[in-house]
Design a protein around this ligand. Sequence first.
Ligand code: IPE
Ligand code: IPE
Ligand code: MG
Length: 265
Amino acid sequence: MFARKGAGDHGILMGTSTQKDVSCDAVPQHVAVIMDGNGRWARRRILPRQVGHRAGIKPIRQIVEQCMCRGVKFLTLFAFSSENWQRPREEIRRLMVLFVEALNSEVEELYEKGVQLSFIGETGLLNPALQELMKAAEIRTHNNSRMNLAVAVAYGGRADLVNAAKKVARQVSEGTLDPEQIDETHYASALEMARLPDVDLLIRTGGEQRISNFLLWNLAYTELYFSDVLWPDFGVDEMKKALDFYVGRQRRFGRTGEQIEGARC
Ligand code: IPE
Ligand code: IPE
Ligand code: MG
């Protein structure tokens, strides 16, 4: 019924973990950003937190531009985490209003620029009007291919892993999948980021050095860049610094530095 993998396929010399070709590209193919620091930006100005969230829209435009300019093909932005539901109701309400406003004002321009927009996360938990706008934005930009912009809303890395496990378990229980066929590639195809390559560079602004339940699986071999700059102040120059940091990294994926040097093109 199922094509089973032979024992020999898992020989020690073959290696079974994720393998990646040595990349000689100076530009990360996929950049993900944890846009943090809006609240502190506002507090420093003795302003309400929502003013900081609103000020966080401008850098998004700049970062999208900069990524397109540098040839980044995939950009994923963390806009609202599953843990952010624990914030005060009024802050959440204002954030949702801001998302609606941002979609209304930005989607057409993104479309014109050739950006394909998509959303990841438990979006079914969002207000139906917002869900409709998201769907419409995805449909509107569906045929664009210059850059893929994924926005993570109500996203949690652990929930993503659990949901993927459920999908795979369902395939097994329905008899369409042999458990022996479950490998990293198959499992990854059940995740929210299934269609996207692994993240090459993660940027977190706002000074914290943590992942905060963002893309747990997809960050396995990502280069991490932490900036003290608060998100509303993160502009083109800061983005250039992050991309330049990436150029200086040697990505070894478990190999030795000498192996990487030898394979350079
Ligand atoms: C990030 O900024 C935006 C969201 C999480 C929605 P914060 O609101 O977390 O800003 P700080 O960390 O309080 O400064
Ligand atoms: C992470 O920021 C989520 C987003 C930027 C959307 P948080 O500010 O919520 O992270 P923690 O809770 O301080 O780690
Ligand atoms: Mg924060």
